[in-house]
Design a protein around this ligand. Structure first.
Ligand code: HEC
Ligand code: HEC
Length: 352
């Protein structure tokens, strides 16, 4: 009699436990953080954090001799594990970046607490980054490795050509990039004038770096949009890479030569501006209209950059007149970006 009454109750209690257990099983980790930030930290973490870069070689660096870089570079996750996350099994399996170190692809879906432990030296005391990275930075990295990795082979072939991309769709995505990098991707030179490195250079020479930065942004360049925050899909990266892969890699002088001619065509505009050029008939180079033209030209070369702890307005260094009028246009540019993000200027700037 007694047992009969108690039996359904036991079932109910067991059922409740089953629900709780199921809840536990789907909850992977108690760590909370920002995997997208982790993706930036995988690169030059000191630029992303605004701290000093390491001055010595990483302790594990002496365990290899093939990669002859020294100093801060030896502390970048990507220098040992690759832009494609495959270490010696990927693009860094040969060439000047070869170290023979493992990749991190096995971390995909792994318990973030275990990954966090590895970053604190659980498998190798020399792999303890807690002396240079704070707890939140390490957690963000662990979350990035747990959920932010992709297999680049779904975007680019081993010979660096993109997979079946649609260049027109890529061009549409690139419109956003071109506001800073220019319509040809040559408005920002990442290297020097004699060996320029433009977006086209990166996309064709190191597509894995291109993909990582298109997904997570450039550390320290707070305003460059990260594809992951816009929830971009794999196909979009294929299309973007296909388009940028074909952009110029040669020097700005060459591009300038092209612009010397029908610049509106070179810039992808269908028509030249209407009417006469305002200087037609003027000889005064200080004419306000001319300054206005120069300032407008500079509008596409604007951004915000983090230098150490300071935010500074970033302007393409060349061909940018620094006068009051220009400053007004720069402010106008920020307002324009703020509007596109649906924010006021001050709220927009406070986001960084
Ligand atoms: C100087 C080279 C170097 C740097 C820099 C470096 N690692 Fe490593 N990493 C290694 C080596 C070597 C191993 C293998 C360690 C071992 O277990 O002996 C490793 C292992 C790992 C593993 C485990 C991989 C596996 O499959 O077991 C993870 C995860 C990892 N590193 C993440 C990172 C992250 C994140 C960073 C940047 C904060 C980083 N590493 C920076 C050299 C490096
Ligand atoms: C608001 C301005 C801005 C926008 C928009 C922008 N970028 Fe950037 N990007 C920068 C700046 C500034 C740098 C850093 C230049 C430097 O470090 O010399 C940079 C650097 C890069 C780099 C790194 C190149 C290298 O070798 O270090 C890549 C790749 C890149 N951008 C791709 C893109 C792509 C793809 C888009 C569009 C999806 C985009 N950017 C949109 C401003 C921008």
């Amino acid at each position: 009699m007694h047992a009969k009454k108690i039996f359904p109750l036991v079932l109910v209690v067991l059922g409740v436990f089953a629900v709780i257990l199921a809840g536990c099983a789907s909850q992977q980790s108690s760590l909370t953080g920002n995997a997208a930030r982790g993706g930036q930290l995988y690169d030059k973490w000191w630029s992303a954090l605004g701290v000093d870069e390491p001055a010595t070689d990483h302790p594990l660096w002496v365990t290899q001799t093939t990669n002859t870089r020294t100093g801060a570079n030896t502390w970048r996750c990507k220098e040992c594990h690759g832009w494609d996350y495959k270490g010696a099994d990927g693009a860094y399996g040969s060439g000047s970046h070869f170290t023979g170190f493992v990749g991190v692809m096995k971390m995909d879906g792994k318990d973030p607490d275990d990954i966090l432990a590895i970053l604190k030296g659980s498998t190798n005391p020399d792999h303890d980054f807690s002396s240079v990275l704070d707890e939140q930075a390490l957690i963000d990295l662990a979350l990035f490795l747990n959920q932010g990795l992709i297999d680049d082979a779904t975007i680019v072939n081993a010979d660096k050509t993109p997979l079946n991309g649609d260049a027109d769709a890529g061009k549409t995505i690139f419109a956003l990039c071109s506001t800073c990098h220019g319509i040809q991707g040559t408005a920002i030179n990442f290297d020097n004038d004699s060996e320029p490195e433009y977006l086209g250079t990166v996309a064709s020479g190191n597509p894995w770096e291109f993909i990582h930065k298109a997904r997570f942004g450039q550390p320290g360049v707070v305003i460059m949009p990260a594809g992951v925050s816009m929830n971009r899909q794999t196909q979009e990266y294929i299309d973007l890479l296909t388009y940028v892969h074909a952009l110029p890699t040669e020097s700005l002088v060459t591009e300038g030569g092209r612009l010397y001619d029908n610049w509106w065509k070179a810039m992808g505009m269908a028509e030249p501006p209407p009417g006469d050029q305002p200087l037609w008939g003027h000889t005064n180079h200080q004419h306000p209209q001319r300054r206005r033209y120069l300032a407008l030209q500079g509008m596409s070369r604007l951004g915000l950059q983090r230098r150490g702890r300071r935010l500074r307005l970033w302007l393409a260094p060349d061909r940018f007149p620094r006068n009051d009028e220009c400053q007004r246009y720069v402010r106008g540019g920020i307002d324009g970006m703020a509007r596109r993000h649906g924010e006021s200027r001050s709220r927009f700037l406070s986001l960084f």
